[in-house]
Design a protein around this ligand. Sequence first.
Ligand SMILES: Nc1ncnc2c1ncn2[C@@H]1O[C@H](COP(=O)(O)OP(=O)(O)OP(=O)(O)O)[C@@H](O)[C@H]1O
Length: 253
Amino acid sequence: MPRIETSELTKRYGETLAVDRLDLSISEGSVYGFLGPNGAGKTTTMRLLTGLTRPTSGTGSIAGVPITDRDGLRPHLGYLPEEPPLYEQATAYEQLEYVAGLRDLPERATQERINTLLDELDLTADATTRIADYSKGMRQKTAYIQAVLHEPDVVFLDEPTSGLDPRAARTIREMILDLADSGTTVFLSTHILPVVEEVADTVGILSDGQLVAEGDPETLTQRAETGDTQTLEDVFLELTSTDPAADVEATDG
Ligand SMILES: Nc1ncnc2c1ncn2[C@@H]1O[C@H](COP(=O)(O)OP(=O)(O)OP(=O)(O)O)[C@@H](O)[C@H]1O
């Protein structure tokens, strides 16, 4: 059974069709790179799949649980949103222990896991400082740990390397691959295409709420007409262009 499955999933905000009849089927241990221009509907899709907003029509499930069953979904998913909610007055330790408590995680094993993750992300020395005094990168690291702490079946990551220095960004990329190796499904939305090329086994490109291409990066970047390889950026620009002249240029080039 796919870990993420949707059928004709649709979200409308007034006149705006933010997500338009989306069909997804993503398996266990897959890293799915979810691409699309600004306003394409990526965040709305993630909010639908994490139960934060309800579909206008269509259906979806995470690990077999319908996306309309918000409480049922909670143990199965982790979500790193673009602007993660953190308690400014708490330290990273307090924040993570609080989240572990909410999720009823076993105390001792969780404590060890928190320590390991803080250490891997070079955050141990700052883990007793208030989040209010954190840099953007330190917040991002704390929020990432919060999203994966309970070892969910599916983790949704919105720009996970945003604000991170090169070392931390590399650590996160390695962690994503480790998560997938251990069977977690990673749904990754980012505008940083080299990150997608490095970690994703499948790429989906969203444009105006519709999935306009999907496949493994190698197949997507292979030109059917010439047999040449183009970059993921070329493919992205071609498929999401709103200017017909740009399409011609891209195919001729
Ligand atoms: N709460 C809302 N109310 C009204 N319209 C919304 C709402 N949320 C999103 N939209 C609209 O839905 C469309 C998709 O927005 P969404 O935030 O999902 O795009 P995105 O692909 O995540 O963009 P970005 O890359 O800029 O983050 C946009 O036209 C946006 O204006």
